[in-house]
Design a binder for this molecule. Structure first.
Ligand code: MG
Length: 420
């Protein structure tokens, strides 16, 4: 049997670590070919040694130089290095577990080279969903399977049925650590409070996004592009124990769910073995022990980031990329403890509304203002270049707002527009 040859991007993160566990369980069927990480060369080195890899990549050149001193493997760096691993003729499957906007171009490169892609990097679809879908239709030999647990659940429930048979999909959300915390105390939320996720162990950025519900918001946009579903047919339900990973409501009244213990090994392996299911040594769900499942509607007042994501998604064009990039900038500042938790939606709302304004003017004036203002109008399908420009604009805009200092003003009404 031919082994599936894998490039693992984001090898030192939580997705990467889980992927390595999966690969170790099937040494006769999976072959790790290359790995990429940010700057943790010392964490990457034992992986290179264990799997006897010939190729690796580190985002930071200085870290790559350090790694080169310890291994005979070819060590690439930066975006060129990531693209190199994705285009590699020795690779069949690219597992994209990169964090943030840098994951977008590698996904596109892998598709263009006909690879199968396991996508854990939701930013790819948030920023460039239409571009990715177009690339997939031009490269039928390629395919992309979601790894985000909610999207894997929906993919599994859909089981190939067309969205015309679906009434709506329902993404479950744990609700994060502040689900029960009174909103009046949100201003005093610290970084360490926000880093305590109730059910999933993940990296810092996504954990903060889970606390603001921005993670769920980005997942709504991701689902829109992955499944071709209108925003009014994508719902969010708070389900604190994360046992049900998401639902599909079919038009005949059947509600399908996918359940399991919260462990990313399952969606990772499924993406790699689809449509087959292989054995996997993860904890089994004991329903008698679970005993009951709880659900609540999301609170758009308390968590304005969720409404902001629906707003960006409905604006279309490069608005999702703007929101995503601004959020990355703002979360980085929150992790440096230079802004408050409650500042996050305020800044994001300002950046998004500014982009929306310039997008509208671009539409009416029919001029190419997005290069200046960062937002391509909804009428025009943005190119990857538009997306990357919008990303850069939004980061700069968010930094500008933060450098001016954030007033403790209320979030603009637009930020509170929800999905229902
Ligand atoms: Mg998720």
């Amino acid at each position: 049997m031919n082994k599936k040859r894998i490039a693992l991007l984001g090898a030192t993160g939580s997705i990467g670590m889980a992927a390595l566990k999966v690969i170790r369980q099937h040494p006769d069927r999976f072959q790790l070919v290359s790995v990429a990480a940010g700057r943790q060369w010392d964490k990457l080195l034992p992986v290179i040694q264990e799997f006897n890899l010939g190729k690796a990549c580190l985002w930071e050149e200085a870290a790559a130089a350090e790694l080169r001193r310890h291994t005979a493997a070819k060590v690439f760096s930066g975006m060129d290095g990531l693209l190199e691993l994705c285009a590699d003729a020795d690779v069949d499957f690219v597992l994209n577990g990169l964090v943030g906007a840098i994951g977008c171009r590698p996904t596109l490169e892998a598709i263009r080279h006909g690879k199968h892609v396991g996508l854990a990097n939701k930013e790819t679809m948030v920023m460039a969903g239409a571009i990715i879908n177009e690339a997939l239709s031009r490269h039928p030999e390629s395919r992309m399977i979601p790894i985000d647990s909610e999207h894997s659940a929906i993919f599994q429930c859909l089981a190939g049925r067309p969205v015309s048979e679906v009434e709506h999909i329902e993404l479950t959300a744990s609700g994060g650590p502040f689900r029960e915390r009174p909103q009046a105390t949100f201003a005093t939320i610290t970084k360490s409070d926000a880093l305590k996720h109730p059910t999933w162990k993940m990296g810092a950025k996504i954990t903060i996004d889970s606390a603001t519900l921005m993670n769920k918001g980005l997942e709504v946009i991701e689902a829109h592009y992955l499944f071709g579903m209108d925003f009014n047919r994508i719902k969010v339900t708070i389900h604190p124990t994360s046992i049900i990973h998401s639902f599909v409501q079919f038009r005949d009244g059947s509600l399908m769910a996918q359940l399991g213990c919260p462990d990313m090994q399952l969606p990772i392996q499924y993406a790699m073995t689809y449509p087959e299911r292989w054995s996997l040594d993860v904890e089994r769900l004991d329903l008698a022990k679970v005993a009951k499942l709880e659900f609540f509607p999301p609170d758009f007042e308390k968590f304005p980031c969720l409404g902001l994501a629906y707003r960006a998604g409905s604006l279309g064009g490069t608005a999702p990329a703007v929101l995503n990039a601004a959020n990355e900038a703002v979360v980085a500042r929150f992790l440096e403890e230079s802004i408050a938790f409650t500042d996050i939606p305020i800044i994001l709302s300002q950046v998004l509304e500014q982009a929306a304004l310039s997008g509208q003017s671009a539409q009416t004036a029919r001029t190419d203002t997005h290069a200046v203002h960062g937002l391509a109008s909804k009428a025009s399908q943005p190119t990857l270049d538009d997306v990357l420009k919008a990303d850069a604009w939004a980061r700069a805009e968010a930094e500008k707002i933060m450098s001016r200092g954030i007033g403790k003003t209320a979030v603009s009404p637009a930020a509170k527009v929800g999905n229902r």
